[in-house]
Design a protein around this ligand. Sequence first.
Ligand code: RB5
Length: 146
Amino acid sequence: MKIVLACDHGGFELKEAVKAHLEKKGYEINDIGVHDIKSVDYPDYGKKAAEMVAVGIAEKGIVICGTGIGISIAANKVKGARCALCTNEYMARMSIMHNDANMLALGNRVIGQGAALDIVDVWLSSEFEGGRHADRVNKLMEIENN
Ligand code: RB5
């Protein structure tokens, strides 16, 4: 599975940890930066990662900033993105089972690295339930057309 990873300077350390973790597990990672802690603007990175997911260059995206808030807002402004900011494993599981999230946002300054990697694992191994949830996700995506 191809996964795009993106972060701003606030998310850099966690992005590096997520990258190493997922590469060890055999995932194909496209790391679009940042590659150091020089200050950048998170909207640029959230937007670029979400565009790659929206057009299918990557199947899923993981975006990280200090809180996870700014970069998730940016990603969710791209048509086709469903980016879920998760701070625990329950949210990660539900964001797939009920919301079919195609992007995960994490806050490097909010949760510890161990918790973040567990969230990533749960998020990647959960499955969309479909059924009534598919109708709701379709309604969500319809909002983009209005
Ligand atoms: C950068 O200082 C910080 O504002 C950013 O990483 C993020 O937390 C924004 O939502």
